[in-house]
Design a protein around this ligand. Structure first.
Ligand code: NAG
Ligand code: NAG
Ligand code: NAG
Length: 541
């Protein structure tokens, strides 16, 4: 019998609760500068656009094929962040077949570098992003952590865009979007609704392709920051939003603070209420992904932002004099017992909502008949807090039917998993490896599809006579680590037995998104079965 060991679970819950207590209750005013280490969050939050409203910072990121998309984080100090929601509740991008895994897939399509801003003149929040390289979608909300809705579609791709709300000081404003991924950088002006283009024009032509465009204003000058991928961060400056702009190099070939990762470019220029300035960029640290890294910056006498990196290295340790959050923030790790589907969860593609619910845990009904993990609908995905982490689920498998597979995967373009497999009335555990997605243009990044459904490496003879089992992935996702994941299971929540072999994590950048824990349940014969994920435990080391 697989009986839930209540004592063991209670013990683990207690220790995680302790971990999630605020570490220090000193008041902000009395706090000394504290030393923090980059990355500020060891998770995959790429292409950040950070904006400040009064004394609070908001962080938006890319999510490509994950749904909901464009996560929003909030912070009082740029270091301690909480996950508060998403700007794009569902990927309604005019291709439901692909975005919903109906008869196609949308891997790495969807949300690329996009932009989030608050507009004081009407009290609304705006998110804008180019999707599928052809058009841009506008989402708005009255409350940043409230309900977001699609407000419009603009028939122009604002590639890697930055929205700028140009307030006139009398309660009015103009909306500009800086964008462009090739040698040409453009600025579009939007109408008062923010959902239609009034005009667009090229404001600067470079001799190389660039990306990561953001637009700001300081002391009468407009600034556009833009980066040459894998190389340098550039700044343009003008007294007019439409130019002419002059150019300077912000920094070049700077060493990443995360060992084993590539040079740092792209991100957000941020000012504090006290008038200090920072840059939040991100390191290309696969297999983990692209983690945010922070550095203080200054301005030259003649009005250009400048980085002062000792040894041309992005700082590793940061001594902050910023006030630190006094409230208690939710821990990035711990036990999730699925009393709700928390904001930190994102589905692989748009989910079939009728096939999942919260009822004594996360109920996953099978939503696809397939033998391909990459085509299975309703895989619930969770970022992994590096550098090393364990993800453990406790699942009740009593509702599984013949041919179903349910478990936890190390989910990316090269995946592996451990699962319960139902065959007739018996159940086994199986570890599968080498599940592979590849781009169709060799060496490129386009049109990903399954090239290997993988191999069952090991199947246990263990007959699961009870209804519950713990399944675990243990992974080292850091760019200087072993880059390996192993899989194990337990029938009592204490003793874990390894199954199968090691997944060698792919550390290539071409898939853009980093590894995630993916909890899945798919049918290989017929729909009708279900599992209940009673808990998910995320431990990081
Ligand atoms: C995909 O599915 C949709 C809806 O079921 C259908 O209209 C369309 O023809 C299908 N396309 C292909 C290529 O099978
Ligand atoms: C750059 O940093 C060094 C210390 O690393 C400091 O001595 C110097 O004053 C800084 N320069 C500027 C312009 O901030
Ligand atoms: C992670 O999982 C492995 C394998 O079960 C285990 O040996 C290790 O103690 C776990 N680490 C933590 C921090 O729970």
């Amino acid at each position: 019998m697989l009986l839930l060991s209540l004592a063991a679970l209670a013990l683990r819950l207690t220790s995680n609760l302790v971990l999630s207590q605020p570490q220090d209750d000193a008041t902000a005013a009395s706090r000394p500068a504290e030393v923090r280490t980059n990355p500020v969050i060891y998770e995959d939050f790429a292409d950040n656009d950070i904006t400040r409203v009064d004394d609070t910072y908001y962080f938006s990121a890319s999510t490509m094929h994950f749904s909901p998309g464009a996560p929003i984080l909030r912070s009082q100090d740029l270091v301690n962040w909480e996950f508060i929601g998403h700007s794009v509740p569902r990927l309604d991008f005019l291709d439901d077949n692909a975005y919903g895994l109906v008869n196609s897939t949308a891997y790495i399509r969807g949300i690329w570098a996009s932009t989030l801003r608050f507009r004081p003149s009407n009290g609304k929040w705006y998110w804008i992003g180019c999707v599928d390289w052809v058009r841009s979608f506008v989402y708005t909300a009255d409350a940043v952590d409230g309900e977001w809705t699609q407000a419009g579609i603009i028939n122009n791709c604002y590639y890697d865009c930055g929205l700028f709300v140009d307030e006139d000081g009398n309660g009015g404003d103009k909306l500009y979007v800086a964008y462009g991924g090739n040698t040409q950088l453009s600025v579009a002006q939007l109408d008062d609704t923010g959902t239609k283009e009034v005009s667009n024009q090229v404001v600067f032509t470079f001799d190389v392709g660039r990306e990561g465009n953001r637009m700001y204003k300081r002391e009468g000058f407009y600034y556009i920051i833009t980066d040459v991928p894998g190389q340098s961060e550039l700044v343009l400056r003008s007294q007019n939003p439409l130019g002419p702009y002059e150019k300077r190099t912000f920094w070049e070939n700077v060493n990443s603070p995360i060992p084993g990762s590539g040079t740092v470019v792209q991100g957000s220029l941020i000012d504090t209420p006290e008038g200090d300035w920072y840059f939040m960029s991100f390191a290309w640290a696969f297999p983990e992904g692209r983690s945010p890294v922070l550095a203080p910056i200054t301005w030259t006498e003649d009005g250009w932002p400048q980085a002062n990196f000792s040894g041309n290295s992005w700082p590793t340790d940061l001594a902050f004099s910023l006030p630190t959050s006094t409230g208690s923030l939710q821990s990035w790790t711990g036990v999730d017992k699925f009393t709700s589907f928390g904001v930190e969860w994102e589905w692989n593609h748009n989910p079939v909502n009728s096939a999942w619910s919260i009822e004594g845990g996360l109920v996953l009904k099978t939503a696809s008949v397939t033998d391909d993990l990459y085509k299975a609908k309703n895989t619930a995905c969770h970022r992994i807090l590096g550098p090393k982490a364990n993800g453990t689920i406790l699942i009740d498998v009593s509702g599984m039917t013949d041919g179903d597979r349910a478990g936890i995967s190390m989910f990316r373009d090269l995946s592996g998993y451990i699962a319960v497999q139902q065959s007739g009335t018996s159940r086994n555990l199986v570890m599968r490896n080498n599940v592979n997605l590849s781009p169709q243009d060799p060496g490129g990044t386009c049109c990903w599809s399954t090239t290997n459904k993988g191999d069952d490496i090991a199947t246990t003879e263990v007959e699961l006579s009870g209804n519950q089992v713990w399944l675990r992935v243990s992974a080292d996702i850091s760019s200087s680590g072993s880059k390996e994941a192993t899989f194990s299971y337990s029938t009592d929540g204490n003793t874990f037995m390894g199954l199968g072999n090691t997944l060698k994590l792919n550390d290539g950048w071409q898939f853009f998104m980093g590894y995630r824990f993916g909890i899945f349940n798919f049918a290989t014969r017929a729909l009708g079965g279900s599992v209940v994920v009673k808990s998910f435990e995320h431990v990081s080391a």
